[in-house]
Design a protein around this ligand. Structure first.
Ligand SMILES: Cc1ncc(COP(=O)(O)O)c(C=O)c1O
Length: 394
């Protein structure tokens, strides 16, 4: 007799949708026989890894038959020194996704809930529902807000109830790119009861240049319920190796480590992350490339008449004024991979990673071609037809 495996699955898992990663280049190569492919779909670092990281990985290849240091001693020491926190407050993860999952497994049960925003990073609902907990999804800022579709802290706060154990906040958020100021986040943390874990996911913090962006490490002692997560996947260029970490109160770190898989960070990732942390020139280069690429992309997208959401990460969320998935599909045969975000409740948007100058130019050239061939998008409510808009403008 056939088994109904779905009925057999844990209730929270039955309705889960798997995380949708960016389309891999190899897939496009197979499907279209293309060789020159530009992937701007996963917010990776266009610089490639630092040469010092490559040297450190090569120097450690002979050790692959051994298990890694399961406590990640050297990397934790380096991170503790860098952030001025005790080593006991550092938890290492197989990417920061792993740490997010540890927080859910350590603090949530089917009787509990996690609060996060609409259009927030897709891993929050997955880790919440996978452990059978309830997802309390707060409405995001309105489209005409200064941070359109970004986190609305008052709405997040309003959802907190007796079941809530965790609040997940992405700052900046992916896929929107929107961010929260120090003042806003600080007053939120002051208001949230101390027995609720507030996770502030700072995966893109190294790119942020805004003066009012929070220095969450400075709040460590005031808010022991604060868990800050970071990653080596973005500005440090190590997405393929999978290393992230959490900085928290040592007692919280102790709990996270109880549910952590033994040897969750592999040996090459450990040495690579230490080398990456020491290579400040590489980080500065990544930041500079992102700054100039962001400027180039913003200007060129505006030149195509496209509006971007405000972003302080290494990506832009672009309003295509038509189904983003159609534009995504039309870009594929032109060798350009971007990210549709309909699964994030943003069907008319595309998320594009800031690439190298050449990659950005390829994207803009392909997009120009695609938009020329597309029929005009239907008018939105309240919008004037183009000829009227022109007349209105004089
Ligand atoms: C907001 C946010 N948090 C966390 C992650 C997870 O990154 P990783 O698991 O590679 O550290 C990402 C990756 O895209 C992200 O955008």
């Amino acid at each position: 007799m056939e088994c109904d495996f779905v009925a057999l699955a844990a209730p929270g898992v039955r309705t889960l949708q798997p995380y949708q990663p960016g389309k891999p280049e190899s897939e496009l190569r197979r499907e279209y026989g293309l060789s020159d492919i530009v992937k701007l779909a996963s917010n990776e670092n266009p610089l490639g890894p630092s040469p010092k990281v490559i040297a450190a990985v090569q120097a450690n290849l002979a050790e692959l038959a051994r298990y890694p240091d399961g406590n990640g001693f050297e990397l934790k020491a380096a991170l503790a020194a860098r952030h001025g926190v005790p080593v006991t407050g550092v938890t290492l993860g197989n990417g920061s996704n792993d740490v997010l999952e540890m927080v859910a497994r350590a603090f949530l049960t089917p009787e509990h809930a996690a609060v996060f925003s609409a259009h927030a990073f897709a891993v929050y609902p997955i880790v919440t529902r996978a452990v059978g907990a309830t997802a309390q999804v707060a409405p995001a800022n309105a489209a005409d807000h200064a941070m359109p579709y970004g986190h609305d802290l008052a709405a997040l706060y309003a959802l907190i109830d007796a079941r809530t154990r965790i609040v997940f906040i992405a700052n900046p958020n992916n896929p929107t790119g929107t961010w929260l100021t120090a003042a806003a986040l600080e007053s939120f943390l002051s208001a949230v009861p101390g027995n609720i874990i507030v996770v502030v996911d700072e995966a893109y913090c190294e790119y942020v240049e805004e003066a009012d962006y929070p220095d969450t490490m400075a709040w460590r002692e005031r808010f022991p319920n604060l868990v800050v997560t970071r990653t080596f996947s973005k500005a440090y260029g190590l997405a393929g190796l999978r290393v992230g970490y959490a900085l928290s109160h040592p007692e919280v770190a102790d709990l996270l480590n109880r549910v952590r898989q033994p040897f969750n960070v592999n040996s090459l990732a450990l040495v690579a992350a230490v080398a990456a942390l020491e290579d400040s020139d590489y980080l500065a280069q990544s930041q500079a490339l992102n700054r100039s690429g962001m400027r180039q992309l913003r200007a060129d997208l505006a030149g195509l008449g496209l509006r971007c959401l405000p972003s302080v990460g290494n990506f832009l969320c672009v309003d295509m004024g038509r189904p983003g998935r159609d534009v995504f599909a039309a870009l594929l045969p032109r060798g350009v991979i971007v990210r549709p975000v309909d699964n994030y409740g943003l069907p008319d948007f595309l998320r594009v990673t800031v690439g190298s100058a050449r990659e950005n130019q390829r994207l803009i050239a392909a997009l120009t071609e695609v938009l020329e061939n597309f029929p005009s998008p239907p008018l939105r409510k309240g919008e004037n037809p183009p000829h009227l808009a022109l007349r209105k403008g004089g």
